[in-house]
Design a protein around this ligand. Structure first.
Ligand code: NCD
Length: 322
């Protein structure tokens, strides 16, 4: 694997390999010294053109735990404000010879473009409404830790699918792992033809009780150029995940940031059914696994044991999840 641009690049075996590697790294996270020398001497450039709390901090932590050098670049406060283009910014920063560039932009397809402009391994950390593959991987990891295999599980993804890169990546990833996925929300926020991805579509939450896992999406105001729902209050009336709608056996997920009182009620966010914090925690080990796979695992499998003398880490193998 040279880049991680889309979940479409990964088959089930590749996802399982990354999850298994993340589990090995989770052992490291439990130690007093949470660092391995796997990527010592490598450079990871975090290039963020959009706001981010979870994704940016966890990529930074992931790279540091693998002993890589990390350069964090935020578009605000940089020469981007003076009009420098994405291409010129990438070419300029490539002079520092990054081994990997973690890229978040508001533009669909930007990661694929950047992968053609430089030699670094590119990790798509969100490209507009298109994809967010590491979010999908950390969600699969979170569910795997809780349930083992996802084969036959029913997952409902609820809310603003139209503006969500998470939804697209997660539909693909959950299905690859054998889950049945249903997309639900107001017709204006469900892209036409999304069934072609293999999921079902519902415009009401009447059958929400059939879900094992309820995955709520944020109402993404920043990507809405017109009015898509009459009001947030109206949206909440029909689609909010709250204690009335979530049954005791169901698990609640959300990629964050959460709009309490809009797509989810505060009480369900704070309930033991919510695994939102576990998702954030998973972000670090899964992103460690992705960086490791790109920079050490696949390219130099024989050198891995020298770089990561951690029990189990050297055995970069696949195998079933459960
Ligand atoms: C998501 C994103 O930015 O795509 N957040 C995240 O990365 N955890 C989802 C969102 O912004 O709603």
């Amino acid at each position: 694997m040279k880049h991680l641009l889309s979940i479409e690049d990964l088959d089930r075996a590749a996802i399982e390999r990354i999850i298994a590697q993340a589990e090995r790294f989770a052992e490291v996270a439990d130690r007093e010294i949470k660092k391995v020398p796997a990527l010592r001497g490598r450079m990871v450039l975090n290039l963020f053109y959009e706001a981010s709390t979870r994704t940016r901090s966890s990529f930074e932590l992931a790279a540091k735990r693998l002993s890589a050098d990390v350069v964090n670049f935020a578009a605000s406060g940089s020469s981007v404000e003076k009009g420098e283009s994405l291409k010129d910014t990438v070419l300029t920063l490539s002079a520092h010879k990054p081994d990997a560039i973690v890229l978040r932009t508001p533009w669909a397809g930007a990661s694929a473009l950047v992968s053609k402009w430089c030699d670094a391994a590119i990790v798509n950390a969100g490209d507009g409404k298109h994809e967010h593959p590491t979010q999908a991987l950390l969600d699969v990891y979170t569910l795997h830790r809780r349930f083992g295999r996802l084969d036959g599980a029913t997952i409902w993804i609820v809310g603003d699918v139209a503006h969500s890169r998470v939804a697209r990546s997660n539909v693909l990833a959950f299905q690859r792992m054998g889950a049945h996925v249903t997309i639900a929300g107001p017709p204006t926020l469900i892209p036409r033809g999304i069934e072609q991805l293999g999921c079902e579509v519902r415009y009401t939450l009447d059958e929400l009780a059939s879900a094992d896992i309820v995955y709520a999406l944020r109402m993404q105001h920043e990507r809405m150029s017109e009015t898509w729902v009459p009001s947030m209050r109206e949206y909440a009336t029909w689609y909010q995940i709250n204690a009335r709608r979530l049954t005791a056996r169901q698990v609640l997920m959300h990629p964050g940031p959460v709009n309490r009182g809009v797509e989810v009620s505060g009480e369900v966010v704070d309930s033991p059914q919510a695994v939102i914090t576990a998702q954030v925690e998973a972000g670090v080990v899964v992103r460690m696994a992705v960086l490791y796979e790109l920079l050490a695992g696949a390219r130099e499998p024989r050198a891995v044991s020298d770089r990561a003398p951690v029990a189990g880490v050297a055995a970069a193998g696949g195998g079933p999840l459960a």
